[in-house]
Design a protein around this ligand. Structure first.
Ligand SMILES: Cc1cc2nc3c(=O)[nH]c(=O)nc-3n(C[C@H](O)[C@H](O)[C@H](O)COP(=O)(O)O)c2cc1C
Length: 405
């Protein structure tokens, strides 16, 4: 099906921040750190596959002075932030040129969330705060956090109230799932509460916690939420694998913007396609050769090393990205395995140099990537579902240093 440029105004307003194309990089724990955001931003700004020169990571290259898209940090635990945990302080590091700086927070205790948000506002640590109510991992939901939390309406309200009041002029957004499972759907109530508490925008991942990443995202729910809370921007999330999908989501749901996660794993240049599509250049689709992909891989690994302050640790952290970057290319399993255990840039470069780098972009690289499994039971605190309004039993000890989405 040919892509169709959207007809409505596609600028996204997040409080004082004007985002020129309504595209948001989804927070992903262990992935959307400063180096990955730099790469995505680089492509969003139209800088292309120009080797090291092209990866300077400097000022916006779009030349029109606006922010092309929004790139959200991985989730930061509020307790760890207020305790100034060393790793957490590194995770909230932004590249000097990142603007607006978006931090995603995870918390279950209104007072701790309030403290974390005030700390960010007072110390100028970010320009936008997103709150995570979508995490389905058992370590989090077992404590009533993440995607379990919106079921407790009063608790959700209390957290949002603390966050919005503590944030001062900083916009506060929230990201959630449809609910815990098909029998405990919460997104419409949560959306209304968010509007009443002054939340600036809401992102909805069209799955329940029980679905994890299985099945297909329910875009109908995104449309329902937009109808239910017309006062604020609704951002649709789930199963955008191409720019064409992003335009289709906006067209079919009426949402104000898209949040893209797994589709850009090993494919940060998807942001070039997304921006081009929303600017009406729907035929502008990046199809890098393996040589160009290899350049991005080296750059990504190198940026991770610079960020961590240790080249080897950067390359080790990069290992998880190798299979995503190579998806669909003709690279044997032994070579894939070798590339995924390298410990230095020289080793990674040498391995990549052995590949047939003239391979064009393979059709098999399009479509789903990353986690796709689901239908797990949601682990909840005892008696959690008995009363959607009672929040006894949720306290500071639910504030874990756990990541996920
Ligand atoms: C590896 C990984 C880590 C994630 N971490 C977070 C997170 O820290 N916070 C969050 O709100 N969602 C997180 N998510 C969920 C994504 O933000 C997104 O909602 C989900 O992947 C669905 O969007 P997609 O279909 O575009 O991938 C994570 C997803 C993945 C695959």
């Amino acid at each position: 099906m040919p892509t169709t440029a959207p007809t409505k105004n596609t600028t996204l307003q997040i409080g004082p921040h004007t985002v020129r194309t309504p595209v948001v990089l989804a927070p992903m724990a262990g992935i959307t750190n400063a180096p990955f955001r730099t790469l995505c931003r680089h492509f969003a700004e139209g800088a292309g596959f120009a080797g090291d020169e092209g990866f300077a990571g400097g000022e916006a290259k779009g030349g029109d002075g606006g922010f092309k898209a929004l790139f959200v940090s991985e989730m930061i635990t509020t307790r760890a932030l207020v305790e100034r945990n060393e790793k957490t302080m590194q995770l909230i590091h932004f590249d000097a040129t990142e603007k607006p700086r978006s931090i995603q927070l995870y918390g279950v205790d209104p007072a701790t969330v309030g403290k974390a948000v005030r700390m960010i506002a007072e110390e100028g640590l970010a320009d936008h705060i997103d709150l995570n109510f979508g995490c389905p991992v058992p370590k989090v939901t077992r404590k009533g956090g993440g995607s379990a939390l919106p079921y407790k309406r009063h608790l959700l309200r209390a957290i949002l109230r603390e966050a919005v009041s503590g944030a001062g002029d900083l916009p506060v957004t929230m990201k959630m799932r449809k609910g815990i499972d098909d029998d405990h759907i919460t997104y419409l109530d949560a959306g209304r509460i968010a509007v009443e508490e002054g939340v600036t925008a809401i992102a909805l991942h069209g799955r329940t916690a029980a679905q994890h990443y299985g099945g297909t995202a329910d875009w109908e729910a995104i449309a329902r939420l937009k109808e239910h809370v017309p006062e604020i921007p609704v951002l649709g999330n789930g199963d955008i694998w191409s720019a064409e999908d992003a335009l289709r989501m906006v067209r079919e749901t009426g949402c104000d913007g898209v949040v893209v996660g797994r589709g850009c794993l090993g494919r940060p240049w998807l942001f070039a396609d997304l921006v081009a599509a929303f600017e009406g250049r729907t035929e502008d689709i990046a199809r890098p050769s393996l040589r160009e992909v290899a350049d991005v891989m080296l750059r990504h690994a190198g940026l991770l090393g610079e960020w961590i302050g240790d080249e080897s640790k950067g390359v080790v952290d990069f290992r998880k990205h190798v299979a995503w970057y190579l998806k669909g290319f003709a690279v044997g399993s032994e070579m894939r395995r070798r590339l995924a255990i390298t410990s230095s840039l020289a080793e990674l470069r040498a391995g990549l140099d052995e590949l047939d780098l003239d391979q064009p972009w393979p059709a098999g690289a399009d479509g789903p990537r990353g986690r796709t499994s689901g239908n797990n039971r949601v682990v909840l605190p005892d008696g959690w579902l008995k009363d959607p309004y009672d929040c006894a039993g949720v306290g500071e000890d639910a504030e874990l240093d756990t990541s996920g989405g």
